[in-house]
Ligand binder design. Structure first.
Ligand SMILES: Nc1ncnc2c1ncn2[C@@H]1O[C@H](COP(=O)(O)OP(=O)(O)OP(=O)(O)O)[C@@H](O)[C@H]1O
Length: 645
């Protein structure tokens, strides 16, 4: 078979460069990555066998081998798992399939220091490539279980790699690293040293549920074969030593397991190089027994909001992994949680469809959800800083639960926090807001919008700002939805400052009522005329009690959809009749007063009609929208500016 040469995909090449000129100081982790891949490959093969989906595969002694060779300066990590087809090698090893790679590389360019870059790389788990931190050449020999021929892949990590078909590859995958010279200044250890290998495996891979064996080539001994024929080597002097304890961490008591051990398990499952933010254990006893070890990552992945986001919850049945990415175990708003759930009494070959219906799974889901929410609540009380990180990373996802999970709504509200106009603007809970509410205030005020800046500068906020009334500033898309779904908190209605009539209670003073009535009389004709002038988008023009600086703003009826929500529904393909909105005028503003005067004094109101259009356009702009006919708006505006010169 000819050896073919291929070029790495652009992103892959960039990542490889990063690995070779490693920004990552701890190079030992390359071994963890290779062992982790080997372990996944063994899990996959066993799963396929459980489903009778691996004809011709040998599953008799599934294991991982590590074989150093000091003379040749190589290190081989070998598994007899699922292996890869020729096609898969090209696809999985030559490219980077992670969806957010482009975004990642952008961020990486911006990361100012090595620590930042290190953190980012962790998110993308450039697993296999990490071998190039310690090797100047890597060879991968693999044969997909059940197939006749295998593939050899070789690369020096520069622009290209080669692939060839081979006839005599053992089942599974072996990765051979041609090691760079040891250099302790650069944290490049001697990775052919048995002591070093044992230390790394113990530290990072002890929990792996497959045996990790150290194979030391004895001079007079035949090299032990990987997979087939391994048993035949019996009688030789040194049986390979198993380096890991293989204990399932989730089945052990808390006292027996160190935080570091939990963290290593998380990194394996979560494909993350960083420690998790929180570890949550649950041991359910009784008629349906199960153990769970759940992790909240410290960073939200880039693709959390994309369709097809892969969750990281693994389902085991009596220590056997039966499903990766098990979506039935947690509601969608907790999809960022990683971990393991190990149940005693499920069938080994349950399908995803059956799981969705299963009564026990539903019970587990409820209990796991409650446990996670109570852990977040504890975190809030015991470790506010950690909670702040949690909320920054996952708040937007968790709030989806306020809409979809009525049962846990109160628990979710209790752990939710929101930016606010109070104090330094840092997030507040609804409880905190309630405690600060002054006598007479009946509602919890909020405003939704695209960014904090645009909300803070919105005309709707003016009266609230003047009177020092706290307003929650909601900028996540989901905020539009949950405020409607939740409606109230502790009997206090949630009220958008951009919706309905705002009556700020007795705060305006005793004369305010009569003053307003007088104004209403004075403006009545103008308002009626303006309503006629504006097109069907505006159903009413009225005086405002929320403006102090701006001349006008647009508000929605209390029960109308906001424009953002309208757009959202349309984007989802739903038909929504356009909402008819209200234009509010500030009766104390010079422009509005002038408008009223001009209305009274002029019979011919053609020009005035144009001014009304401009005023409406300005209000649309102020809330972040765009005038319906921008060219006409600009023309009307220019004419008026010209006259003012
Ligand atoms: N030993 C192996 N046996 C079978 N397939 C493998 C093996 N090593 C790697 N692969 C395949 O190559 C893919 C890419 O591996 P790589 O280590 O680069 O990333 P990953 O494992 O998907 O992600 P991460 O590094 O974040 O864990 C794997 O997803 C797997 O499909």
């Amino acid at each position: 078979m000819p050896t073919e040469t291929f070029e790495f995909q652009v992103e892959a090449r960039q990542l490889l460069q990063l690995m070779i000129h490693s920004v990552y100081s701890n190079k030992d982790v390359f071994l963890r990555e290779l062992v982790s891949n080997a372990s996944d490959a063994l899990d996959k093969l066993r799963l396929a066998a459980l489903r009778d989906d691996a004809p011709g595969a040998d599953t008799s002694d599934l294991h991982i081998e590590i074989e150093p060779d000091g003379d040749a300066r190589t290190l081989t990590v070998r598994d007899n798992g699922i292996g890869m087809t020729h096609d898969e090698v090209g696809r999985l090893i030559g490219t980077i399939a992670h969806s957010g790679t482009a975004a990642f590389l952008e961020e990486l360019k911006e990361a100012k220091d090595a620590a930042g870059a290190e953190g980012l790389i962790g998110q993308f788990g450039v697993g296999f490539y990490s071998g190039f931190m310690v090797a100047d050449e890597m060879t991968l020999l693999t044969r997909r279980a059940g197939e006749a021929r295998g593939t050899r892949w070789t690369s020096r990590g520069e622009g290209t790699y080669t692939m060839e078909t081979v006839d005599d590859a053992p089942q599974g995958t072996s990765v051979t690293l041609h090691l760079k010279p040891a250099d302790s200044d650069d944290q490049l250890h001697d990775y052919t040293s048995a002591r070093k290998i044992k230390e790394i495996v113990k530290k990072y891979s002890d929990f792996i549920t497959w045996p990790i064996r150290l194979v030391t080539p004895a001079p007079a001994q035949e090299a032990p074969a990987g997979g087939d024929g391994a048993e035949a080597a019996g009688g030789g002097p040194a049986a390979p030593e198993t380096l890991n304890s293989m204990k399932a961490l989730w089945a052990r008591s808390r006292e027996e397991v160190s935080d570091d051990e939990y963290h290593e398990l998380y990194k394996h499952i979560g494909h993350d190089w960083r420690d998790p933010l929180e570890t949550v254990r649950l041991q359910a006893e009784g008629t349906f027994e199960y153990q769970a070890l759940l992790f909240v990552p410290a960073h939200a992945p880039h693709d959390l909001f994309t369709q097809g986001f892969r969750r990281g919850l693994q389902l085991y049945v009596k220590r056997v992994l039966i499903m990766d990415d098990c979506e039935a175990l947690l509601p969608s708003y907790l999809r960022f949680v990683k971990g393991v759930v190990d149940a005693q009494d499920l069938s080994l070959n349950v399908s995803r469809e059956i799981l969705q219906q299963d009564r026990h799974i539903r019970m587990m889901q409820r209990r796991l959800t409650k446990k996670l929410l109570s852990s977040v609540k504890d975190m809030m009380a015991r470790n506010p800083e950690r909670y702040t990180t949690f909320w920054r990373e996952f708040g937007a996802v968790l709030k989806e639960g306020l809409v979809t999970d009525a049962e846990n709504r109160d628990a979710l509200l209790a752990v939710s926090s929101f930016p606010t106009t109070y104090g330094d603007g840092g997030p507040t809970t609804l409880k905190g807001y309630l405690e600060r509410m002054e006598d007479g205030q009946e509602d919890i005020y909020y405003l939704t919008g695209e960014s904090r800046r645009s909300i803070e500068n919105s005309p709707h906020m003016e009266a609230f700002r003047d009177r020092g009334i706290e307003v929650l500033l909601l900028t996540d898309p989901v905020d539009e939805v949950w405020v409607d779904a939740v409606g109230e908190y502790e009997g206090k209605p949630m009220r958008s400052v951009a919706k309905g009539e705002i009556d700020l209670g007795g705060r305006t003073g005793d004369d305010a009522g009569t003053e307003r009535e007088q104004q209403a009389d004075a403006y009545a004709d103008l308002l009626g005329w303006m309503t006629e002038q504006l097109d069907e988008g505006i159903k009413e023009v009225r005086l405002s009690s929320r403006l102090t600086v701006s001349p006008a703003c647009i508000v929605s009826d209390a029960h109308e959809l906001t424009p953002a929500l309208e757009n959202m529904y349309r984007a989802m393909g739903q038909e929504v009749p356009p909402a008819r909105r209200i234009l509010e005028l500030n009766p104390d503003h010079q422009l509005v007063k002038g408008l009223n005067q001009a209305y009274r004094e002029n019979e011919d109101r053609t020009r005035l009609a144009g001014t009304v259009e401009v005023l409406h356009g300005l209000a649309v702009l102020a809330e972040g929208g765009r005038p319906k006919d921008p060219a006409r708006f600009v023309q009307l505006m220019s004419e008026r500016l010209e006259r003012a010169l």
